[in-house]
Every structure is written in C-alpha cells, then in structure tokens.
Design a protein around this ligand. Structure first.
Ligand code: FES
Length: 124
C-alpha cells in the first residue's frame, strides 16, 4: 500500500461495536484539495447487516441531514430523512425518493473492514 492509499482510508469505528439502528457520525480528514475545501462530516450505520456510509450533506441545499446527534431516520424508521425540508433517502443507495431533491442521491463513501475498524475512503 502506498502512502497515498493509506491517507485515503480513514478508520471510523469498530464493526463489533456498531449496533443496529445506531448512527456513528465522523469528521473526514482533510485531504488537500485547495483553499475552498470545507470540513466534511459523514455517518455510518448498518443497513440490515451491511455497513453503509454517506457524506452528511443533503443534495438539496448542502446542509447536514440530521438535527440531533445520531438521528437520521424518518418516524417510520424506513428512510434517511433530511431534517430541513424532509427529503427521504433510501438507506441502501442514498437515492432521494421524495422531497425537493427527488432523484438526486447522497454521496456514498466506500467502506472496507480491517481487523480492527470499519474504514471509509475519503472522497476525491
Ligand atoms: S436541505 Fe435537505 S431537503 Fe432541503
């Protein structure tokens, strides 16, 4: 593995401690992309038994989805929901199925599992 590849993967949490219905929020390490790069946050959760991770940024206005720490799901616990205007996103692929950004998608982050951690790949 090159140094660049190591930088692109960021440990987030242990797979063994990630529980069903739990959302772990994290800040993404900054990779030099120019002066306009804003700090980014993401979240990881289990979709069934599959870990999924997305940038915490609504495609409608670019704001974070959740208004409370760890709260990303709608009241029926079926879809990810943006707290600003209520857009609903499928947990499996981040597609918006209702709301002002219908048809857009959340930015998915690649995940890999090492012996100790679930790691996400930093967006390029
Ligand atoms: S900012 Fe998310 S739906 Fe408008």
């Amino acid at each position: 593995m090159t140094d660049i590849q190591a930088i692109l993967w960021q440990p987030v949490c242990s797979r063994q401690t990630l529980q069903a219905s739990q959302f772990v929020e994290f800040s993404l390490a900054t990779v030099a992309q120019g002066e306009d790069t804003l700090p980014q946050t993401g979240f990881i959760f289990l979709d069934g038994s599959t870990p999924r991770a997305y940038l915490n940024r609504c495609p409608h206005r670019g704001v974070e989805l959740n208004w409370m720490p760890g709260r990303f799901m709608d009241t029926d616990n079926l879809f990810l929901q943006c707290s600003t205007h209520g857009a609903l996103f499928k947990p499996g692929d981040g597609e918006c199925i209702a709301g002002p950004c219908q048809g857009d998608t959340l930015t998915a982050l690649d995940i890999r599992e090492t012996e100790e951690f679930l790691e996400v790949r930093l967006p390029e």
